[in-house]
Design a protein around this ligand. Structure first.
Ligand code: AMP
Length: 399
């Protein structure tokens, strides 16, 4: 069965919609939202429903309140920002379940919108508890999931809740995510190049193994490169190495060789005498990393090598920075790769929390075909996993 999207529902007029969104936005110490991409990303679905006179009940989590009501994790700032963006009143409910919520949602008129309080104020959310899910669904007629970034979690408002709705659908953000993902992984225009970076191999092993069956080239940067370089016999000094994964790294290298996949590792790097923004730094080849130094970024020759390999790419998928880009001294490799990917005429998809931050900071977001809102969810899709939140949408979708 295929996912049913909200625009496939004929009549939304007066219907009460439970819409799961991901408004897990970053806040500063004064509860001000520092970045509202996640709210903006769902506006098309919300306005679509409101324009068709639905009654919209929004649910989200924010932070990690661990099943307890904590005011610093209130949805209030998100509701307020949404209200500004819509130019319309968004009522914040005092809770996400219970009599007071029922009273508020019963009084809704067509075109009204309510934001429920943080669903993670109840332990039942993360436990995928059926009774909690039933309470959330109470009184609503249509379920819409537009929270791609939490769809890899079997949580009550994502998974169990779908059992209480005859009509289960997804929103436009989810549609974009799925459409682009299919473009890349199911039916890619080749050559398909994957760029992987970030700190560790351990979190990305399954992704690498899955990519080995699908892509034409793999480019590795970031801390994870040094486990591979060590496996190949290089002395990498104090660079990040996962000793216990050296054999596995070798297995992945052999697997890619057997499949005829080009596997590219950095040839040079920016090394530092300590992990600090004001460390002493220099550029060396990966064969010449000094014993007491650590590599914290890829070097210019690696950027050239990787960029050249992108020239014939028709599709590029990227997850994970090339270095410790949070510090200026080790950000150049990542930002140069942002430019190389942005300048490519290929379909370019960037996913994973840090990578989208790097692209935004590099000022090239508009030149990327698609920036996924999912971190873990994007990685799990790359691994070839079925995400619980998407599985239920398919099971209860259209024939
Ligand atoms: P991940 O969550 O696995 O995508 O890792 C992202 C983090 O990897 C970023 O915070 C970077 O600072 C870090 N990182 C990238 N390259 C290196 C490196 N060479 N050494 C240590 N950390 C790195």
């Amino acid at each position: 069965m295929a996912i049913q999207y909200i625009d496939q529902i004929e009549n939304l007029n007066g219907k009460k919609i439970f819409m799961r969104v991901d408004f897990n936005v970053p806040l500063d110490d004064n509860q001000n939202i520092t970045e509202d991409t996640r709210i903006r990303a769902v506006l098309p679905t919300i306005t679509y429903a409101l324009d068709r006179k639905a009654k919209v009940v929004l649910a989200s989590h924010l932070g990690r309140p661990k099943g307890e009501r904590k005011s610093k994790y209130s949805m209030a700032p998100a509701a307020e920002r949404l209200s500004q963006l819509l130019g319309k009143k968004v009522t914040l409910a005092p809770d996400c379940i219970g009599d007071e919520v029922a009273r508020l949602t019963d009084a809704m008129q067509p075109g009204d919108i309510i934001m429920l309080e943080n669903v993670r104020f109840y332990p039942g959310e993360e436990k995928n508890d059926e009774e909690f899910a039933r309470a959330l669904a109470d009184g609503c007629e249509i379920y819409v999931n537009d929270a791609f970034a939490v769809s890899h979690r079997a949580h009550a408002s994502v998974e169990a809740i779908t059992r209480f709705f005859p009509v289960v659908t997804a929103g436009f953000l989810m549609k974009n995510e799925m459409t682009y993902f299919e473009k890349v992984m199911t039916n890619p225009v080749r050559p398909l190049v994957a760029i992987l970076g970030g700190a560790k191999v351990s979190g990305k092993l399954e992704v690498l193994e899955s990519l080995c069956t699908k892509v034409d080239k793999i480019i590795i940067g970031g801390g994870m490169a040094f486990t591979f370089l060590k496996a190949l016999g290089n002395n990498v000094g104090k660079s990040l190495v996962e000793e216990e994964l050296i054999d596995t790294a070798m297995r992945v290298l052999n697997m890619s060789r057997e499949r005829g996949i080009k596997f590219l590792l950095p040839v040079d790097c920016v090394v530092a005498d300590r992990f600090s923004a004001d460390a002493e730094t220099k550029i060396t080849t990966v064969q010449e990393i000094p014993q007491d130094w650590m590599a914290l970024d890829i070097g210019p020759a690696s950027v050239k090598l990787f960029s050249d390999e992108l020239k014939d790419a028709e599709t590029i998928v990227w997850n994970g920075p090339m270095g410790v880009f949070e510090m200026d001294a080790f950000a150049k490799g990542t930002f140069d790769m942002v430019s190389a990917v942005a300048d490519s005429s290929a379909i370019t998809i960037v996913g994973g929390g840090d990578t989208d931050v790097a692209v935004q900071r590099g000022g090239q977001a508009s030149k990327i075909s698609y920036i996924s809102t999912g971190g873990g969810a994007f990685l799990e899709l790359l691994e070839g996993k079925k995400l619980p939140g998407i599985k239920v949408l398919e099971e209860k979708g259209t024939k």
